[in-house]
Design a protein around this ligand. Structure first.
Ligand code: B3K
Ligand code: ZN
Length: 878
């Protein structure tokens, strides 16, 4: 295999030819599906006549090709591994091709493949080229007419984008349906589904009074698990009308659930295809977290109908144009329909752990990358989550009203077009009158900006001087960075009054939101008329995706934890306080010194428990210690054992000191009322389960009995899963083993529940976890061909069981490598994602570095897919 070549953003050129309309006909057969395509092609007005027509195509067997009805001679076109070139096409013509493909052999799950006997497609980003020869790039937009032909007995349901316009019977027990999609779209939004499916149907009336049919298609066994997705869809449709003035445009909106799917879901026009894990729910099988995830993903894909489909990306470097904006939209939706502070806390906790790690590692890239080898590797936390943070900053900078005007302008001006990130930001600049040129650096510079802040209170002059210094560390290809425009929402909390003080900056009151704008490498802000000594509350609501350091004392943090008016920063003060204690304990562990718990942390938690909170979900977050992964992210060099020991010590110390409070909290929040995924119930359950986790940290008889009872009570999956996890992660194998066995037998027929069963076992801190992974890979419910199974068993182990994955004998690394090597052949997209933990080798001690690099070398010696090749090269280039 020759070395894969990068694609550069600066090489962008409009296509030489456009496709006005695309007619497709599929004759479905597992091993030999015939695809006939008729493309209505014309020369791009800005390009010269006589240029060749270049079509993408991979793993296709061409059986015929004609232009305007005339078969082409061999000399008139050229075929390669990556496509087909028509050497001298006319200005305007019909191109007919016929190819043969094999869905049965397709384990990469890109293009047309078979999942559990049903045909389905995944075309984003470059899957359509595995279906037919086509200009497979997002700036070629065409209307589609698709005829699907299949065996009527085994494939009674035949779906594609748009509206069904014709159906009928054919000889040999076959039938067909023709679908018309009137909205021009790029090939990546094409979809086809065929199988033995059942539907659940509902209706939605749009704001202009149009009636839309909503359908969720599933296998028969899953018919009872669609209610929540349907309700979420209707809520999302209404929210987008109310919030963004966006209405649905076709008469039919379909969701299909498939077992084998690389991502969560895909926003194909009118026919969203979902991973079963991202759409199916039932109180007996799904946890609260799954209910919330399903709601968010259903909304996300629906929102793409405007931010992505009606207005799409000019090229894949602009991916965050649709993904960052759509994630921002789904985050706001979830915040509106659930607990807004908790949504923000969860998103930021995840962001600061996983995106910060990505931005500090060998695959760091800007929100708008400059080059890629395999675009499939760029569906990253940076494109999605950092992209969303950048849009959020824009929204906060210009204010909601201007942001909404900018978004209206964007959708109107560019409807039906493929555009760039600049086009989007220009609309925001135009609608607000703000100069956003410095802000654009957020799109081009990779790496997490670090801000060092310090402040001084001047009693004599009643002034508070806040100095901020920003610096963005070097990242691959980007040694030098410029100063960014960073909005910092802040307050000064009076130490006497415990209240936010009025802020006067440069003689003027600071705007109502309390935002200061850091634009220089170093800037000092002088607040005047500050009547009492304050503690600054900085970066409220995580107003910018940065790492902010301030030399807070523990008293300051306990004070903010009790008094900050910003809920997010109250939570963050607790996290910072815990981090200070954890840092000391990590050092103690490393130095072999006895660990002593900081009484100030215990008292802060006690005060928190005594004060209580109206929002139970917020309270649960406040009581949750930073994860091992987050703690690791904050250390210069990761000491896996010390982090685990320190965190466990803090948990046990708090549990021992506050066990009465935790017991009270547990009892107060028990409930027998029927399960519903409402924000109130979810909050109550998380608080109860946090309390149970603390009680189980010391494993006294009473705690063990409570966990066991909660498991046996079998009230809902959230409680059952939590109790089972605590038992399996405890030393009580006498209770855990029978519980695990019972759970595994009960749910053997439910793959998504078996995923939970795998995850619970492989996150066990005991030393047998790795052997369990190897053993469970032979379990009948496991398959390397199903991405959900791989993620639940192998991905969960490598990412969430840090002490066992990083075993000093290197067995964890070896296990992951073995799986990556196999998946490199079967499913390169999943393989390239799964290898991530090994690419972070620079963060660990030298013996581990050597072991990890050794495994990366072992992968490099294989014949690699472009996906894995790109990641491994970056990881080893460090
Ligand atoms: N747009 C899809 C991404 C699929 C890419 C797979 N290589 C899912 C989403 O963001 O909505
Ligand atoms: Zn998306």
């Amino acid at each position: 295999m020759s070395e894969p070549k990068p694609t550069y953003r600066h090489d962008y050129r409009p296509p030489a030819y456009r496709v006005r309309h695309t007619e497709l006909r599929f004759d479905l057969e597992p091993g030999a599906t015939r695809v006939r395509a008729r493309l209505h092609v014309e020369r791009h007005p800005e390009r010269q006549a006589g240029e060749p027509l270049v079509l993408d195509g991979e793993q296709l067997l061409l059986t015929s090709i004609a232009i305007d009805g005339q078969a082409l001679a061999e000399a008139e076109y050229a075929l390669s591994d990556t496509g087909l070139t028509v050497l001298r096409p006319p200005e305007r013509f019909l191109l007919d091709t016929e190819v043969e493909i094999s869905p049965r052999e397709n384990t990469a799950l890109e293009g047309l493949y078979l999942s559990n006997g049903m045909y389905c497609t995944q075309c984003e980003a470059e899957g359509f080229r595995r279906i037919t020869y086509y200009p497979d790039r997002p700036d070629v937009m065409a209307t589609f007419s698709t005829t699907v032909v299949g065996d009527k007995a085994t494939l009674p349901v035949l779906l594609s984008n748009g509206n069904p316009v014709e159906r009928g019977e054919l000889p040999d027990g076959r039938h067909f349906v023709t679908w018309d999609d009137p909205f021009p779209k790029p090939s990546y939004l094409f979809a086809l589904v065929a199988g033995d499916l059942q539907k659940v149907e509902d209706r939605f009336t749009t704001m202009s009074g149009r009636d839309v049919t909503l359908q969720i298609w599933v296998e028969k066994a899953n018919l009872g698990k669609t209610d929540h997705a349907m309700a979420s869809l209707k809520r999302a449709m209404q929210w987008d009308e109310q919030t963004y003035g966006r209405e649905y445009d076709l008469d039919l909106f379909m969701i299909v659930a498939v077992d084998d799917f690389n991502m969560g879901a895909m926003e194909n026009k009118g026919l969203n295809i979902f991973n079963t894990a991202a759409v199916l729910t039932h109180p007996h099988t799904a946890t609260d977290a799954t209910f919330q995830r399903v709601e968010g993903i259903v909304a996300h894909e629906y929102f793409h109908n405007w931010s992505g489909n009606r207005v799409t990306c000019r090229d894949w470097f602009q991916l965050s144009l649709k993904e960052g904006f759509t994630v921002f939209r789904d985050q706001c939706f979830s915040a509106d329909v659930n607990s807004a502070p908790v949504k923000r806390i969860e998103d930021v906790a995840f962001f600061r752990t996983a995106q910060f790690a990505e931005d500090a590692g060998p695959t760091a890239h800007p929100v708008r990358p400059d080059h890629y080898i395999e675009i499939g590797n760029f569906y990253t936390l940076t494109i999605y989550e950092k992209g969303a943070e950048v849009v959020r900053m824009l929204c906060n900078l210009v204010g909601w009203e201007a942001f909404r005007r900018g978004s209206d302008l964007y959708f109107e001006r560019f409807d039906g077009q493929a555009v760039t990130i600049e086009d989007f930001v220009d609309c925001m600049a135009e609608a607000s009158g703000l100069d956003l040129s410095q802000f654009m650096l957020w799109y081009s510079q990779a790496g997490t900006p670090e801000i060092d802040a310090h402040g001084e209170y001047d009693y004599a002059n009643a002034e508070y001087r806040l100095t901020l210094r920003q610096r963005t560390p070097a990242t691959p290809d980007q040694p030098e960075k410029l100063a960014l425009h960073i909005p910092i929402r802040m307050g000064l909390v009076g130490t006497k009054s415990g209240r936010d003080l009025a802020l006067t900056l440069d003689g003027k009151p600071l705007d109502r939101d309390g935002v200061i704008h850091l634009r220089e490498a170093e800037q000092t802000f002088v607040f005047t008329d500050v009547p009492e000594a304050p503690v600054p509350s900085l970066l409220r609501g995580f107003s910018a995706p940065v790492q902010l350091r301030f030399p807070y004392g523990r008293e300051d943090l306990a004070f903010l934890l009790a008094n900050d008016s910003d809920g997010f920063n109250r939570w963050d003060a607790g996290q910072r306080l815990a981090m200070l204690a954890l840092d000391d304990l990590i050092a103690a562990h490393r130095n072999g010194v006895e660990k002593v718990m900081d009484p100030r942390v215990v008292e802060a938690f006690r005060a928190l428990l005594e004060r209580g909170s109206k929002d139970k979900a917020v309270m649960a977050e406040m009581l949750t210690l930073p994860s091992e992964a987050y703690i690791a992210e904050q250390q210069p060099l990761v000491d896996v054992e010390a982090i685990h020991a320190a965190r466990t010590f803090v948990e046990q110390s708090l549990a021992a000191a506050l066990s009465d409070d935790f017991l009270r909290l547990y009892e107060e929040n028990r409930s027998d009322i029927p399960y519903a995924p409402t924000p109130e119930q979810i909050g109550q359950r998380s608080l109860k389960n946090v309390a149970l986790s603390y009680l189980m940290a010391i494993e006294d008889e009473q705690a063990v009995a409570l966990a066991h009872q909660q498991f046996e009570a079998d009230h809902n999956m959230t409680d059952v899963r939590h109790a089972l996890t605590l038992l399996v992660h405890s030393s009580r194998d006498d209770l855990a083993d029978p519980a695990l066995r019972a759970f595994g037998e009960k749910w053997a027929h439910e793959p998504l529940v078996m995923d939970q069963w795998f995850a619970i076992q492989v996150t066990r801190p005991q030393t047998d976890a790795l052997e369990r992974v190897r053993y469970l890979m032979g379990h009948p419910a496991f398959s390397l061909k199903n991405p959900n199974r791989v993620r639940a068993l192998v991905g969960t182990f490598a990412n969430q069981n840090r002490i066992n994955f990083h075993r000093t004998d290197g067995e964890g690394y070896r296990l992951l490598t073995d799986v990556v090597i196999e998946l490199n052949r079967l499913n390169p997209e999943i393989a390239a994602r799964l290898v991530t933990p090994l690419t972070r080798w620079q963060r660990f001690d030298e013996p581990r570095q050597e072991l990890m690099k050794g495994e990366l070398e072992r992968i490099r010696a294989e014949k690699l897919s472009p996906n894995v090749y790109e990641v491994i090269e970056k990881a080893l280039a460090q």
